[in-house]
Design a protein around this ligand. Structure first.
Ligand code: ZN
Ligand code: ZN
Length: 238
């Protein structure tokens, strides 16, 4: 399919996103489902204490797991150009982050809630985790790890927001320690092609970059060209 046809499909998808309120309402529903399930799962972990060493292990593994999984989803989404599908308007809106990297200024809890609405895949994962914990008796450390990874998947969105929107010394420090996403590390994703997809802390990017190398189309000469003729105001981070 030619570039002009993809650009036409992109613009049509964004037209749907801007005019059909159902897409934005769907995002709020996904946010609500994710945040409710996360709260429920944290409540469930409280009846399964695992001690300080267990908690630290679970947090550390979850920090890596969330960085890796969310980076892989980002890799998939940056290559996704199915604008004429049912999810096309959501896909097109996602790509606008490369056009306008800076977010509208919001408080962090609001960013956490709103950006959790783009994580459609997280809803079934959290729901399955709740079912598995209830009926299959997961090992408590594994359960804590997966619950934390689910929450850190939303924290990753906040980390990415801070990376683009904050110049606070605390944020810069946390980025330099690789606890959150460092500006220098993430800038490479926007300046170069097909690299540094992770956005919680970027620690797993060396592995994700190896996987990305198997999908050499990247985004600079691919999906980034599809919004070239889009002039609308609506963006992913409004
Ligand atoms: Zn990207
Ligand atoms: Zn970014």
């Amino acid at each position: 399919m030619g570039l002009e046809e993809k650009q036409r499909q992109f613009n049509a998808a964004m037209e749907l996103y801007s005019t059909r309120s159902g897409y934005k309402r769907f995002g709020v529903l996904v946010s609500f489902a994710n945040v409710s399930l996360q709260a429920w799962l944290v409540w469930c972990t409280m009846s399964l204490p695992i001690g300080i060493a267990g908690e630290l292990t679970a947090l550390l593994v979850a920090w890596l797991l969330a960085d890796f999984v969310n980076g892989l989803v980002h890799l998939y989404m940056d290559h996704n150009d199915h604008y004429d599908s049912f999810c096309g308007p959501l896909i097109a809106n996602f790509h606008l982050h490369h056009k306008l990297p800076r977010y509208g200024q919001k408080s962090l809890p609001v960013v956490y809630f709103i950006e959790s609405g783009s994580k459609v895949w997280l809803v079934p994962c959290l729901a399955l985790l709740a079912v598995a914990a209830e009926f299959f008796g997961l090992h408590p450390v594994l359960f804590h790890t997966l619950v934390y990874a689910g929450i850190l998947s939303s924290v990753a969105e906040v980390s990415h927001y801070l990376c683009h929107n904050s110049i606070s010394p605390a944020v810069v420090f946390l980025g330099n320690c690789r606890i959150l996403l460092s500006k220098r590390h993430h800038a490479i994703h926007h300046m170069q092609d097909n690299v540094n997809y992770a956005f919680l802390n970027g620690v797993t990017d060396p592995v994700i970059n190896l996987i990305a190398a198997r999908f050499p189309r990247g985004y600079k000469q691919n999906t980034d060209l599809h919004y070239a003729t889009y002039s609308g105001e609506t963006g992913s981070h409004q």
